[in-house]
Design a protein around this ligand. Structure first.
Ligand SMILES: [Zn+2]
Length: 206
């Protein structure tokens, strides 16, 4: 039983983070209490910066610093502002970190569009909560001709991909989904049945 109201509040606050239950939150809170106060101040300053220093690109939803917003012409980020960008194609992802992963690993040069997670009605996340209404406007306003679905392969990611596919079907936009399959340098015997089944069904002629 926690005796301090403020310690209790700190534990409650820490549990808002994904994957952090009450036990982990308590451990974190005690770690902060037992550490040098500078550690907590450093953390609290960085948390405050979320609201005051970080903005979102008006085009793709990628996070950027307010200073960067002031320098750009159209509230757009360095990824959207790149020269020779193919502006007729958009890659839809479920999280900003996925943009960096795809950007670093491929030579893709179209737009990105970052959703606020995936559809999850049980958590109150419907189409507008994750930004699908904005995506629909983006497709029309930017005259998008091709859309790449790069949402996660979880149940929610798949449901989101299906929803977007339905949304775009009447707009004459070509839609593709990232391939499912075997990981590189992987051994088939160590993979789960679902991955093998997907890889088998998605096989291609070489
Ligand atoms: Zn952007």
């Amino acid at each position: 039983m926690i005796k301090s109201k403020y310690l209790e509040n700190l534990v409650d606050a820490l549990t808002i983070l994904p994957g952090i239950g009450r036990k982990s939150a308590q451990r974190m809170a005690y770690e902060l209490l037992n550490s040098n106060p500078e550690k907590s101040l450093y953390l609290s300053q960085e948390l405050q910066n979320i609201d005051t220093k970080i903005s979102k690109c008006k085009i793709c939803g990628l996070y950027m610093d307010f200073e960067e917003v002031e320098k750009q012409s159209e509230d757009s980020c360095h990824v959207c502002e790149r020269q020779n960008r193919d502006t007729s194609i958009v890659c839809v992802v479920g999280s900003a970190s996925d943009v960096y992963s795809i950007d670093e690993s491929t030579n893709y040069n179209g737009y990105f569009f970052v959703l606020q997670g995936n559809l999850s009605p049980i958590d109150g996340k419907g189409p507008s909560e994750i930004g699908l209404d904005k995506l629909e406007k983006h497709l029309v306003n930017k005259n998008i001709k091709e859309l790449i679905l790069a949402t996660n392969t979880t149940i929610e990611g798949e449901a989101t991909a299906h929803y977007i596919k339905d949304m775009t079907s009447k707009k004459g936009i070509n839609v593709s989904r990232l391939a499912f399959g075997l990981p590189l340098n992987g051994e088939i015997g160590f993979l789960d049945n679902e991955t093998i089944s997907h890889a088998f069904n998605e096989r291609k002629i070489i």
